[in-house]
Design a protein around this ligand. Structure first.
Ligand code: GLY
Length: 369
């Protein structure tokens, strides 16, 4: 079952431990992987219409060959899938065919599907097992790993959620080849983030293999997805419930990044990765202003972002609006802000209570033509 090109990363969380398997074409072999899990034999695949039309027969074929049942539940494309209404509708559909079954959920899609399906798994009958099969670079390196699942309310994103770990993550790198380049770049922002927060060798690898990555070379994809999965696994193992101040480093670039997404009304102006790229550029400015990051290192990070086709200069949006939006950031502790700032490639630190003037100036400096 296990192909020679497969890489496995363990996420060690006691009884909640699981494996991440990274391989090309792994969805064709999903059935045997599911057969090894101590879970039921009835699978609900939560996905969206596009992915379903491309991959339904492959998934169904492999799952049913093992003697399991499979049902597809389709969610809308995009963030709409994370609304209360969409979740209630999906749960009603699942409960409609849940008779004499031992259901488990398969989240087959990008970050939105992973969050929505994981959330349904966490709450349906007070929790049923689920498997993540992420189909975007961003989901493979980040959102499918770690167990944070959530849905949106009209007043805020990810407001209702849980920590609920999957039983298995299967990352099929061959699926990435069907993604539009903008989505690959969006995922690459998170990959660069991992290099800056934890791994200078990963950072150097990206610098040296940008053409291979952009050309979706399988060896390059396998390497970056495996490396990022291992880094994320290590951080989640150290701080599963985000209480020990370790998981916060994953938020490098996300304070201003989230503020940008909010200030632009979550429009298509920025993908998540593009917003994070700008957030990293802004964090670098703050860090150089505070004297904790050398200008040359900041330039090196920004050059890699630019060479990857990611933005480092904010356009159009009013800096005041971004500043206001950042005040709602979850990393605030009371009235005290917290930023994850790089000190060198491979090391970040959390800085608290950064002065308003420093943030505002840094944001202003991030504007460009
Ligand atoms: N689901 C993403 C995380 O747990 O960080």
């Amino acid at each position: 079952m296990r192909s020679r090109d497969a890489r496995t990363v363990d996420v060690r969380l006691g009884q909640r431990s699981y494996k991440i398997v990274i391989s090309s074409g792994i969805i064709k072999r999903i059935g045997p992987y599911l057969a090894r899990l101590p879970i039921g034999k009835d699978f609900v695949i939560i996905t969206n219409p596009n992915l379903s039309s491309s991959y339904k027969s492959v998934l169904k074929g492999s799952i049913e060959k093992e003697g399991f049942t499979s049902r597809f539940v389709l969610m809308a494309e995009g963030e709409k899938a994370k609304s209360e209404k969409a979740i209630s509708r999906a749960i009603a559909e699942i409960s409609g065919f849940d008779r004499k079954k031992a259901l488990s959920i398969i989240a087959f899609g990008g970050g939105v599907v992973g969050d929505a399906a994981g959330f349904i798994a966490a709450i349906y009958k007070r929790g049923i097992p689920y498997v993540q099969v992420p189909t975007t670079l961003l989901a493979q390196v980040d959102s499918a790993i770690g167990g944070k699942v959530a849905i949106d309310l009209p007043c805020a994103k990810n407001l209702i959620g849980a920590f609920y770990q999957p039983k298995l993550v299967l990352s099929d790198i061959s699926i990435l080849k069907s993604l539009p380049p903008r989505q690959i770049r969006s995922g690459l922002a998170e990959v660069i983030k991992y290099g800056v927060i934890a791994d200078p060798r990963l950072f150097e690898y990206i610098e040296g293999h940008l053409n291979d990555i952009a050309g979706l070379d399988e060896d390059a994809l396998r390497f970056i997805v495996s490396r990022c999965s291992a880094i994320k696994a290590g951080i989640v193992e150290a701080d599963e419930f985000d209480r020990k101040g370790r998981r916060i480093i994953l938020n490098y670039g996300h304070t201003i990044g989230h503020a940008l997404e909010a200030a632009s009304g979550y429009s298509k102006a920025y993908t998540h990765g593009e917003a994070i790229s700008l957030g990293m550029a802004a964090a670098n400015r703050i860090a150089t202003r505070l004297g904790i990051l050398d200008e040359t290192v900041s330039d090196r990070i920004n050059s890699l972002l630019k060479a990857s086709g990611l933005p480092t200069a904010i356009k159009k949006l009013d800096p005041k609006k971004i500043y206001e939006a950042h005040l709602k950031d979850k990393k605030f502790s009371g009235s005290v802000n917290r930023f994850v700032l790089p000190v060198k490639i491979g090391r970040v630190r959390v800085e608290k209570d950064i002065k308003e003037a420093v943030i505002r100036r840094s944001l202003e400096e991030c504007y460009g033509g």
